[in-house]
Design a protein around this ligand. Sequence first.
Ligand code: SAH
Length: 394
Amino acid sequence: MKVIRLKPGREKSVLQYRPWIFSGAIDRVEGILEAGDVVDILSSEGKRLGRAGFSPDSQIRARMWTWDPDETVDEVFIQRRLENAMHYRKMVVLPEEGNAYRLVHGESDGFPGLVVDRYADTLVIQFLSAGAEGKRGEIVNALREGTGIQDIYERSDVDVRKLEGLPERTGTLSGNPPEVVEIMENGIRFLVNIRTGQKTGFYLDQRRNRAVVGKYARGRRVLNCFCYTGGFTAYSHYHGADEILSVDSSGEAIRAAMQNMRINGFPDAPNHWLEADVFTALRKFRDQGRAFDMILLDPPKFAHTAAQAERAARGYKDINLLAFTLLTPGGLLVTFSCSGGISAELFQKIIAGAAVDARVGVRIVEKLTQAPDHPVGIHFPEGEYLKGLVCSIT
Ligand code: SAH
């Protein structure tokens, strides 16, 4: 028997279907438990509450697989969960949105610590918890069977693995996955390098936002900061931007972005590229008195934990303030945060603060969030990480 017994009163969050069990809630473990084992979760009074994956090195000591104490967490279980995840994508990913989307989004899909992204006929997986790692064989089998896709690549080269006591891992899990996959998104082509690209290769969570925001670019001079492989650049171009300047600190990303423009047959002319630090570049533009009609800010995660939120907040305020000062009257700021530690409410406050200091009036045109193939389980609000605001300047 492998058992985790909770402290008195600490079963509450499990009873509310919250998937994480923190070390502080645990009274004792019984039996010989190894990382990734499926364990029975018991209340202090011995009531069986469900089953969880064990992470001995993590503050999140266990993640709930099921709230049915009699359910076996085996390959059939994983197949069922996967079918459910696939069914949901059929509903929320519209055919015209293309052939790349997140198939499994961790806890919110009943797969704690598992990410699976689909790029055309290739799957890219991240195992982010000891519990998911413990089921890697079953997960790969179920994916192959459920999707019919053979080419599966692992990109578990992420910091959070350290917190789980897991080493980084990358490599082929099945078939013969290509290095670069061409995907189609809302009628625009992108090349995705699944081996060396950031995260699993592409920021799928911004797909809907790219479509929404691209439409505002018509006839505008656009500054796309943190452009990566040119997602927002391509959409802005597609929707008729006058001119687009795209900035990223990664030369590799910019080269990939330029190639993405070429494969779509988008002419070079209205596009300019700058390999630079955005914080520095925005200051330089300000000193040069440059102006834009639309500025996009989609920075990487500034806060990895709530504790880093304050420093992150300063970073967000800095770039947003600078962006406000560079916009023409009637201009648009499209600004994002993907830091889990910064709530949507706090983010809006930061932008409001930046508007005060920049002495501009702002209307919120739209509020944006992650695409629905990155769902947020109602009992897992931590799953909501991406927030964006489209701001109109007066
Ligand atoms: N908007 C993109 C995703 C942006 S990811 C899309 O839709 O695909 C964040 C990008 O910021 C990465 O490409 C990273 O290389 C870049 N980056 C990180 N820090 C930076 C900095 N200080 N200055 C400029 N770019 C930076």
